[in-house]
Design a protein around this ligand. Structure first.
Ligand code: TYD
Length: 209
């Protein structure tokens, strides 16, 4: 039995905390869990991540950007995700294809048909069984980022309007496929959010067991 679960949300939504808590919970339940993140997650992907995040790369075009995210994803899918799924494990991924649709599609306004083709090519058609989307108000996301000790990356420098489009994009995608998406209010207490996420995953695990 394998399961592929991805975590999505605008920056500052608290994805990484929930990601870690869910991985811990599943491990406690005795499941074999593998964790990855995008961009990156492989030796090659981590080099691509540096290029994508480097604030000095101001001249990077939207076309180069999408190809780099896709290259990192292609490597991660073949080198890490597919082998672990084939081994019957649960794979959790911090961001995946829906980040591309939200940021490069709704945010950068790249053509959706092209994004779908490219994503399908990069992933060999692998789609997440469940997408956990942490929905956070953009103002709060920007406030959290401004007070975060983490260094800002190239994608953190986009304006409010961009993040609002990204958020709208996530919500639109989630609403069209409610059976694959779980929308979580990221303003809720951490434990409450975690309970909601774990309940949904444990229900899926009972179903696929
Ligand atoms: P990261 O430092 O991993 O932050 P986070 O904690 O928000 O995941 O930054 C990843 C950034 O890359 C984030 O701003 C979203 C962006 N991104 C895209 O624009 N397209 C993509 O396909 C992916 C995977 C990420």
């Amino acid at each position: 039995m394998s399961l592929f679960i991805t975590f999505e949300g605008i920056d500052g939504a608290g994805k990484s905390t929930q990601f870690r808590l869910v991985a811990e919970r599943l491990q406690q339940l005795g499941y074999s869990v593998c964790c990855a993140r995008e961009p990156g997650g492989t030796a090659i992907g981590d080099q691509i991540r540096q290029l994508l995040h480097d604030v000095k790369n101001k001249e990077m075009t939207a076309e180069a950007e999408i190809l780099l995210y896709s290259a990192s994803r292609a490597q991660l899918v073949r080198e890490f995700i597919l082998p672990h799924l084939a081994n019957g494990e649960i794979v959790l991924c911090d961001r995946y294809a829906d980040s591309t649709y939200a940021y490069q599609g709704y945010g950068r306004k790249l053509d959706f048909a092209m994004l779908r083709w490219l994503t399908n090519f990069a992933t060999q058609g692998l789609r997440a069984d469940l997408i956990v989307y942490l929905d956070l108000d953009v103002t709060e996301g920007l406030r959290r980022k401004a007070t975060s000790p983490e260094a800002l990356n190239r994608m953190d420098q986009l304006g409010r309007a961009f993040y609002e489009q990204v958020q709208q994009g996530y919500l639109e995608m989630a609403k069209t496929e409610p059976e694959r998406w779980l929308i979580v209010d990221a303003a809720a207490p951490i434990a409450e959010m975690n309970q909601l996420i774990c309940q949904r995953i444990e229900k899926m695990l009972r179903f696929v067991a």
